[in-house]
Design a protein. Structure first.
Length: 166
């Protein structure tokens, strides 16, 4: 189906929580990645939506700032596509666009917790294998990281934490 990716606008309807509840369920709030987002604002210039021909919201992607040791990095997600519209390339278009914009804005490292089969094609690699750890339980297979700039992971290690307050 036809869709368009664009930045989220302040006047967009606030359907996001309902979309996230329908895709992830409400117990998402107990996950380790939510601990990293708690009390920290998402990156306003990395909020994207997919909209249909009538302007209706089909999917959304946001990114949060995090810290790897003392180095700034970003966390991809939540990424959610309307359940009835999954598997039609909308998620892929959003992730491609979001990572491209993150790179353009100078972000250097992006982490994600998700399916390796889904994120591998973008270049994400297993994060524990390169010495990274999350501050809570996570399936180590699903914790992945991507260099947005070649060599950006060199010398980075240690726990991932919340971004320092702006
Ligand atoms: C996962 C999700 C974001 C994918 O978006 P989507 O629009 O359905 O996916 P796309 O159509 O862009 O798929 C791109 C590719 O990834 C594959 N894929 C889709 N979902 C997948 C998953 N959960 N695991 C592995 N691969 C997946 C597709 O088969 C497709 O591969 P192909 O190009 O070889 O056909 C979406 O299905 C969703 O919102 N799911 C529920 C919430 C969720 O799990 N979010 C992701 C958190 S990491």
């Amino acid at each position: 189906m036809a869709f368009q990716i664009r930045p989220q606008r302040p006047q967009d309807p606030e359907h996001f929580d309902s979309l996230l509840d329908r895709t992830f369920g409400t117990d998402r709030l107990n996950k380790t990645v939510y601990r990293l987002r708690e009390g920290v604002a998402d990156l306003a210039d990395l909020r994207f939506v997919a909209v249909g021909p009538d302007g209706g919201l089909l999917a959304s992607l946001r990114f949060w700032p995090i810290a790897i040791g003392t180095a700034p990095a970003i966390l991809l997600g939540p990424l959610a596509v309307e359940p009835a519209l999954q598997g039609r390339g909308i998620g892929r278009a959003l992730v491609r666009h979001g990572l491209g914009e993150a790179r353009r804005l100078g972000h250097r490292v992006c982490a994600v917790v998700g399916e390796p089969e889904y994120y591998g094609p973008y270049g994400f690699v297993n994060a524990p294998a390169v010495g990274l750890a999350l501050p809570g339980p996570v399936d180590p297979r699903r914790f992945q990281v991507l260099e947005l700039e070649p060599g950006a992971l060199d010398g980075l290690s240690g726990p991932i934490g919340r971004a320092a307050p702006a």
